[in-house]
Structures are given as structure tokens and as C-alpha cells.
Design a protein around this ligand. Structure first.
Ligand code: DGY
Length: 317
């Protein structure tokens, strides 16, 4: 009898996902162990199931001589050493398509939270300032212009929510899309988008080109009344530049589901600001969506083991 392939689960997944893998493979779940204790379990693995919080670096790849597939239960894979995978012909899959609505919901909530100054209003009620008078007015969402930077699969879902609330939507992308008539969003260059938007939403993946693309220069091009929302990756924004832009009132506020560093330490000055809303990277963190994401990673592993086409392969070039 031939030995069953060995798969290692690096991040916590629902039991049903592990059970699905066990139908086709020997499975070791190391998600409760510190990374330093993974060594022995990884030895003869042909595949690993990881996520955006598992760094797949050259050291880990070297630890697993038989590794042939990395299946990610995240869409972003900026923490994967793509060169190390390429050099060994290891394939990568991600979870695209499985989290669009959950992330779009949170992103649009951040748009509203920043524009309507929720952080200030919550503090106003909680701290007793309400007893002395009403909270300062905020600004309408309807009729404001939303600028989405990175218009892939989540951008149009955010646009639909924003348009339903009466916003105008523009976007910037590496190239203009062919479906502007369907999405109702108009293409702009990055600089034109910064100048025209009342709220700028970042949804670009983290790459060497997008790292710190929101810097002093970018914030200086935004309206002083505009807000900034980051629902992509913390490192596409220079955190110090964002803090400066808020302190100097170059922009009016920010709402973040991702930060750099992540987690953002509790004594970070951004938390103290009443013009900033911070969530702990929960865009896709619902039971239903996370289950779908990890099941998609499992189905990619099953397809690989069975020699079938992968569902969501990442082109490594
Ligand atoms: C993703 O899938 O990339 C989300 O940010 C969750 O990690």
C-alpha cells in the first residue's frame, strides 16, 4: 500500500476542514504549537495550509524538502517568499473570491465611521461630554466622492454599497477596467483620485510597488476635509506620515482595519486620536467567511493530491 501524502495545517481551521483533508491525506495540525516546534511535523510534508499570519519564508521552505504546495486561506500572500517557491517549483494557491462581501461590509463601515466621526461621537457619549452639549457635526456620506485605490474583486463590492448610499465612486488601478459602465465607477490617475476624493479607500495588495504608497506626498495631495481608509495591508501606508497628516490637519481623519506594525501596540499614538478608528484586521473575520476561506484552501490541497486542476492557483511567473 502506498503511503498517504502528508499535509500540515499551520493555522487554526475548523474541524470540518481538517476532516476534509483527512479523507485524502495524513494530516498534522500544528496550529496550537509555536513555530519553533513545527520542525519534526514538517519533515515529510508535501503540502502546508497557511494564512496571511503565517510567514512562509525561505527558512521554512528549506525545512520541508518535499514541499510541493502552499495553500493559503488568505487572499493576500505578501508574507510568502515567492522566490523561494519559484526556485523549487512549489505551487501556491490563495483564497480569492471567498471573502468579498465580508471585507466590503467592513470597508464601507469604515468609510461611514470616518466621515460621520464615530470615534469622536462614541468618546463624547462615554466620557460625559454629552451632558454638557451635543457632539460636533460630521459630514454627509451621500453626495460625497469615494476614491478606491485598487479596483480588483473587493473594490466593486465596496462601490455597490457606496452607490446605494448615494456616493459617487472613482477608482485608480494599474490599468483602467473595461467594465466602468457596469460598476458605475470612473477611472482616475492616482494623483487625480487623491485630489478629487472626499474619502480615499486603499484596497491594493502589498507589493514592492505599493509599499508605503500613502506617504507624506500622497496625503498632501488629498483634500484637507478628506478621510483615509485602509482595508488592504498596513504597510501600503507610512504610519508616521499618516500620524503627521492627522496632527497637521492635512487630512480630516482615518479608519483602519490594517496597520503597520500589526498588531499595533496599545500605546501607539494613533489609538489616542478621536479622528481615527482602528479595527484589529477583522475584515474577513466572520465564522462563515473564514470557514469558506479555509475550506477553499483545503479543496486546493485535495485537488493537488488527486492530480486535478487547482481551484485558485497564484501565477508565480
Ligand atoms: C486576506 O485574506 O488577505 C485577509 O487580509 C485576511 O488575512
Amino acid at each position: 500500500m502506498t503511503e498517504r501524502p502528508h499535509l500540515v495545517v499551520l493555522r487554526h481551521v475548523p474541524d470540518a476542514v481538517v476532516a476534509r483533508l483527512r479523507e485524502h491525506a495524513r494530516v498534522t495540525d500544528v496550529s496550537d504549537l509555536p513555530r519553533t516546534a513545527w520542525g519534526a511535523a514538517l519533515g515529510d510534508a508535501i503540502g502546508v495550509l497557511g494564512s496571511s499570519s503565517t510567514s512562509i519564508d525561505a527558512e521554512l521552505v528549506a525545512q520541508v524538502p518535499g514541499l510541493r504546495i502552499v495553500a493559503f486561506q488568505s487572499v493576500g500572500y505578501d508574507n510568502v517568499d515567492l522566490e523561494a517557491l519559484r526556485a523549487r517549483g512549489i505551487v501556491l494557491t490563495n483564497a480569492r473570491g471567498s471573502l468579498v462581501d465580508a471585507v466590503a461590509d467592513v470597508t464601507f463601515w469604515l468609510v461611514v465611521a470616518a466621515r460621520r466621526r464615530f470615534r469622536l461621537a462614541v468618546a463624547w457619549a462615554r466620557d460625559g461630554r454629552w451632558m454638557r452639549g451635543d457632539a460636533p457635526f460630521s459630514n454627509d456620506v451621500a453626495d460625497a466622492t469615494l476614491g478606491i485605490v485598487g479596483f480588483g474583486e473587493i473594490g466593486p463590492a465596496v462601490a455597490r454599497r457606496a452607490q446605494a448610499a448615494g456616493m459617487r465612486v472613482i477608482y485608480s488601478n494599474r490599468t483602467p477596467r473595461a467594465d466602468d459602465a457596469q460598476t458605475g465607477a470612473a477611472y482616475r490617475s492616482f494623483d487625480a483620485l487623491l485630489a478629487e476624493s472626499d474619502c480615499v479607500v486603499a484596497l491594493v495588495p502589498l507589493t514592492p510597488q505599493t509599499r508605503r504608497m500613502f506617504d507624506d506626498d500622497a496625503f498632501a495631495k488629498m483634500k484637507r476635509t478628506a478621510t483615509f481608509v485602509n482595508a488592504a495591508r498596513g504597510a501600503i501606508c507610512d504610519t508616521d506620515a499618516l500620524l503627521r497628516a492627522l496632527e497637521q490637519k492635512t487630512i480630516a481623519g482615518a479608519a483602519l482595519d490594517v496597520t503597520d506594525p500589526e498588531p499595533l501596540p496599545p500605546d501607539h499614538p494613533l489609538y489616542a486620536r478621536e479622528d481615527v478608528v482602528i479595527l484589529p484586521h477583522v475584515g474577513s473575520a466572520t465564522v462563515e467567511t473564514r470557514t469558506r476561506m479555509s475550506m477553499l484552501a483545503a479543496e486546493n490541497l485535495v485537488a493537488f493530491v488527486e492530480g486535478k486542476p487547482l481551484l485558485t492557483p497564484v501565477a508565480l511567473g
